[in-house]
Design a protein around this ligand. Structure first.
Ligand code: ATP
Length: 237
């Protein structure tokens, strides 16, 4: 049997007294475009950080394509591209070199790393900025770059933590187009958002999280059709 893209079972993470993940059960199938909704502090980012190994779980299981995210760290991590909410990008090198370095981290040889870096910058529309440092990009270009960095390893699972928070409408639509193309080409997507339009337009299914666990999984249209008075989706104004 083929393992799903993501499988979390009874996943737990505490920060002191705060139960950031409180027995989360969640499965994302291969090829799905899956959304995570929920109010601030629901545990969405903690879940993502657990999948990529930035946070160590306190209990339960998490697998990516059948690889345990802790025991099989390298195997799991090489399948994931992450565009995080908080950027932490090397500021001393031109962005194309940052991408080549990232590809190298995934064990990709230098010639292929260069090709991947070029492709990624073209895909997100900032090829002309390839020799610029990250700090010198505009806010919107930084968003594009962070997506390029996630793409450079050709991930099977793309995780996007609020990829369009605070961007203008044009860029939001551009990013949606790019992400949709990735999904059409077979990449599984896990995306967090506070925008219902984003969830409705992009996602096959969404999970609603609150207080560290899953409240519900539904197709976005079903959720809206039923009304959302009883569930806090954590939507932006
Ligand atoms: P948002 O929508 O605001 O991004 P979120 O759903 O992603 O929120 P998390 O960032 O995962 O939620 O936070 C879950 C809980 O864990 C919150 O109560 C938060 O304050 C707490 N938390 C997250 N990271 C840490 C940390 N490094 N140290 C202590 N507490 C943390």
């Amino acid at each position: 049997m083929t393992a799903p893209a993501i499988r979390a079972r009874n996943l737990r993470k505490n920060y002191g007294d705060v139960q950031a993940l409180d027995g989360l059960d969640l499965t994302v199938e291969r090829g799905e475009f899956f959304g995570l909704l929920g109010p601030n502090g629901a545990g969405k980012t903690t879940f993502i950080n657990t999948l990529v190994g930035l946070v160590h779980k306190d209990g339960g299981d998490a697998e990516v394509f059948g690889f345990d995210v802790e025991a099989d760290y390298r195997e799991a991590r090489d399948r994931i591209g992450l565009a995080p909410q908080e950027f932490n990008v090397d500021r001393f090198f031109p962005i194309i070199e940052v991408l080549e370095h990232k590809a190298g981290y995934h064990g990709i040889g230098s010639k292929e790393a260069r090709r991947r870096a070029e492709d990624a910058l073209k895909t997100v529309g900032i090829w002309d900025k390839r020799d610029t440092r990250f700090d010198w990009l505009s806010g919107g270009m930084k968003r594009r770059f962070v997506l390029a960095r996630a793409l450079v390893s050709n991930p099977d699972l793309l995780i996007l933590d609020e990829p369009t928070a605070g961007v203008d409408v044009q860029l939001r639509h551009d990013l949606w187009d790019i992400i949709n193309r990735m999904n059409d080409a077979g990449t599984t997507i896990l995306l967090t958002t506070h925008y219902i339009e984003e969830a409705e337009r992009l996602c096959d299914r969404v999970a609603i999280m609150d207080s560290g666990s899953k409240v519900e999984v539904a197709a976005p249209d079903d959720l809206m059709a039923r009304g959302t008075d009883t569930i806090d989706l954590g939507l932006a104004d």
